[in-house]
Design a protein around this ligand. Structure first.
Ligand code: ADP
Length: 319
């Protein structure tokens, strides 16, 4: 497995009027995107995601550290840049053009023309499922269709790497699912994708690995399985009278659901499973299942970003 994007101690400081006003947007960032994977690049607004993307695209330049694309440190060279397709956040296309005209315009920008450009436009329209709508004006496209044309544009030069900024933001649930399926399909065809997003569920559904950024510092990264460890257990019980449910709650179990004598309980991290089962038994509940409970990406995110915030506050307090 080869690494297609790699940053080493990548640092970006936006200079202010004085040193005190300098803003460290990225602080010694180390991330890797492997060939053929979807890497979900997560962080709240202002955490440095776009700065990273701009650095990788050489739209801005680093203050320190290194970047390699396809193993090549010379990331500004056309040889390297032709491997990257980019979809900016909320890509805007003029309303009065047709889908295929947009692609033709971008193709010309990439130096493509004639029959080979026409053939490639046919291919990418097919990939994103827009062949039938190719001659319609952008004005009549739904947001999902616009996003598909954006993806088709990013795919025009047949790049191995796709960098997509918030690709599903602002789409309705059906369009989101369609774009997600498309991204998975591209991954399965061997493309490597870096997807920046603050929409955690979207990312959890499709990413192979994720990195969580906060205030320019990578807080954690790993495969979804590594990050979503089962730190807690779920217990399903029957014959749970309302008073019994109340009692187990008072004893420290978390009630996720309790209807018609059936209760779904969560064992908090601070309590052992045996303790929890004893509490249920003491209330004569009939235990029907016990299973490890996987954290959601949202919970990991809140935990990781929350602890970064509190350690910053503690540091400030010490000063
Ligand atoms: P994200 O994409 O995660 O929302 P950005 O990379 O856009 O984050 O921003 C990271 C930080 O850098 C923010 O505090 C932002 O205000 C600051 N920033 C971004 N661009 C500039 C710039 N051109 N000049 C000064 N500060 C900037």
């Amino acid at each position: 497995m080869s690494v297609v994007i790699e940053t080493q101690d990548l640092t970006k400081v936006y200079k202010g009027m004085s040193k005190a006003q300098d803003l460290v947007a990225l602080n010694k960032l180390n991330i890797q995107v492997n060939e053929g994977e979807i890497f979900g690049y997560l962080g709240p607004n202002g955490s440095g995601k776009t700065t990273t993307i701009k650095l990788l695209l050489s739209l801005i330049f680093p203050t320190g550290g290194k970047m390699k694309i396809m193993g090549n440190p010379n990331i500004t060279s056309p040889e390297v840049r032709k491997h990257i397709g980019y979809l900016p956040e909320g890509a805007y296309y003029p309303d009065f053009l047709r889908g295929e005209e947009i692609l033709s315009y971008y193709g010309n920008l990439y130096g493509m023309k004639g029959a080979s450009l026409k053939k490639r436009i046919d291919e990418v329209l097919e990939v994103v499922g827009m062949t039938r709508a190719r001659k319609r004006l952008i004005r009549g496209y739904s947001k999902g269709m616009r996003q598909r044309i954006g993806l088709a544009q990013a795919l025009l030069s047949d790049p191995g790497i796709l960098i997509l900024d918030e690709p599903t933001t602002g789409l309705d649930p059906v369009a989101r699912k369609e774009i997600r399926d498309l991204l998975i399909q591209l991954r399965d065809q061997g493309k490597s994708l870096l997807i920046s997003s603050h929409e955690l569920l979207e990312v959890e559904l499709i990413s192979d690995r994720v990195g969580i950024l906060f205030e320019g510092v990578l807080q954690t990264s790993g495969t979804i399985d590594e990050l979503l460890t089962s730190r807690e257990f779920s217990i399903k019980a029957e014959e749970a009278a309302p008073e019994a449910t109340q009692k187990v709650r008072e004893a420290g179990l978390i009630t996720e659901d309790a209807v018609a004598g059936k209760a779904s309980l969560r064992v908090p991290e601070t309590m052992s499973l045996y303790q929890a089962l004893d509490i249920c038994k003491s209330q004569n509940m009939k235990i029907v299942s016990v299973s490890p409970r996987r954290e959601t990406l949202e919970e990991v995110f809140v935990r990781v970003v929350g602890s970064a915030v509190s350690s910053k506050e503690a540091q400030r307090g010490e000063r």
